[in-house]
Design a protein around this ligand. Structure first.
Ligand code: NAP
Length: 456
């Protein structure tokens, strides 16, 4: 038997586990999927926006994999913490595949970033997704009239949309009750999503961008003059990759649309997309709270980048969310490249001092960086699994000391096994029923663990 630990139960971890047990070349593969959280599914549960039900429904196919009899789920197990080092984990298994994602946000590195009211989109997403590490976050939304979102990727689009949506659209989701209440009481009237480059260079995908223009009671705007600063926007014949061309078409539609027709008349909130503005400083007022942001107008440099123009513009905001990408976090005991925020590897084999480390592998964002959609993790995990299976002959020679589950318990860990997760699901369904909603997430550690052991 080849016993493998997969660390992380997001899409890359689950796809890696699936490939490992479903292949036919190496018989007798058994996989334990470990997660720091008591709940599985990684960013599908704690990152995909709650109103994106179709993507959320991917949890169904991840569940089918985790219910395979050759796979076990152990939640509430932190690797790299005091009870379980990476070295100890490798003693317990023939091989370990790290699929730990890229959990940290990237800072802007500008003055004023530490003012109250400035947050990372990562923290905001974690909060409205019910991530137990974010339960104590407070976003002070009632005092917010204008919000600024920095960045032009899909995460920026997600947080912009969630800020602009009303309670009737959010209540049917699994958003935790405190976040729903705070968003419902929010005074936000306008959300500006600000990009440092042009409309043809947005990192968002077209479906996500288009959706911003279809929200009930929300007007989506872009200034034709500002859009026209981008040569590839101004020239309809410009050769652009398909997704950028379609994005530009959506923005052309907004720039010429009649807002009243777009919203059916009743406009409650406004989303404005701004381009060619580079963040320079977060502006603050009394009490150390954000009051706005200063930007420098940029201009295309002809090579896909932008240069500063020395012209500045201030925009008001009582809430600033920076959404400029994720970053990998080093795991104690694993090599880490600070420059790329990833673990060095060759076809998924972890490299230590340039040589493949026996039995250690990576897949997903910690392997290739925080890019791509969920499906990108499938070929990525397959590559890693196939490297591991090529090494199987050597790896399987080692005798393992005991069932790893016993060793985890002996180390003082309290793994949440699959029935524990199912108990959390049941508790969340009951919580939803008690609130007159569908299933609602339990957003704190104590609540999740109590539900898992049946005492909640
Ligand atoms: P991203 O796609 O890499 O976008 C980051 C954005 O931040 C870019 O617009 C970038 O501009 C901007 N940026 C970076 N540094 C900046 C700075 N110092 N000042 C101003 N702007 C700056 O990252 P993401 O939005 O976090 O998304 C991560 C991945 O998750 C992506 O692959 C995304 O597609 C995926 N995702 C998908 C969905 C979905 O499919 N619905 C939802 C969420 C996330 P430049 O281009 O100029 O560098």
């Amino acid at each position: 038997m080849l016993r493998i630990a997969v660390v992380g139960s997001g899409p890359s971890g689950v796809y890696a586990a699936q490939t490992l047990v479903q292949q036919r070349e190496v018989p007798g593969v058994r996989v334990d999927v470990l997660d720091r959280l008591p709940a599985p599914y990684g960013l599908v549960r704690y990152g995909v926006a709650p109103d994106h039900e179709k993507i959320k429904s991917l949890q169904g196919s991840l569940r089918t994999v985790l219910e395979d009899e050759r796979i076990r789920f152990f939640g509430n197990v932190e690797v790299g913490g005091p009870e379980l080092s990476t070295a100890r984990l490798l003693e317990l298994y023939h091989a370990v595949v790290y699929c730990v994602g890229a959990a940290r946000d990237r800072p802007l590195g500008i003055p004023g970033e530490d003012l109250a009211g400035v947050h990372s989109a990562t923290a905001f997403v974690a909060w409205y997704s019910g991530h137990p590490d974010a339960a104590a976050e407070a976003f002070g939304l009632p005092g917010v009239d204008s919000a600024i979102v920095i960045g032009a990727g899909n995460v920026a689009v997600d947080v912009t949309r969630i800020l602009a949506r009303g309670v009737p659209e959010l209540a049917p989701t699994d958003m935790p009750q405190p976040a729903l209440g705070a968003l419902g009481a929010s005074g936000v009237r306008e959300v500006r999503m600000v990009a440092r480059r042009g409309p043809s260079q947005g990192k968002f995908t077209t479906k996500e961008l288009r959706e911003l223009g279809t929200l009930p009671g929300v007007e989506a705007l872009a200034d034709p003059a500002e859009l026209g600063l981008d040569p590839a926007y101004a020239d309809p014949g410009a050769a652009l990759p398909a997704v950028n061309r379609r994005n530009v078409e959506v923005l052309r539609g907004w720039a010429t649309a009649d807002p009243a027709a777009q919203t059916g008349g009743g406009v409650h909130r406004r989303i404005e997309l701004r381009f060619f503005l580079r963040p320079v400083e977060v502006l603050g007022g009394e009490g150390g709270r954000v009051t706005g942001m200063r930007f420098e107008r940029t201009a295309p440099d002809g090579r896909g980048g932008v240069t500063g123009t020395g012209v500045y513009e201030d925009l008001p905001a009582q809430l600033v969310l920076r959404s400029v990408g994720y970053q990998g976090v080093p795991l104690p005991g694993l090599p880490f490249d600070e420059r790329t925020g990833t673990v060095p590897h060759a076809a998924g084999r972890v490299l230590r001092a340039g040589r493949a480390s026996v039995g250690e592998y990576v897949a997903g964002w910690i392997k290739r960086g925080p890019t791509g959609v969920i499906g990108t993790n499938r070929p990525c995990a397959k590559e890693t699994a196939s490297s591991l299976l090529q090494d199987a002959g050597t790896l399987a020679r080692r005798e393992l000391p005991q069932d790893p589950l016993e060793a985890l318990r002996a180390a003082g860990l309290r793994p949440v096994e699959w029935p524990g997760w199912l108990a959390i699901e049941t508790a969340e369904a009951e919580l939803g029923r008690s609130l007159g909603r569908r299933s609602v997430k339990i957003p704190d550690w104590a609540g999740l663990l109590a539900a898992a052991d049946g005492s909640g």
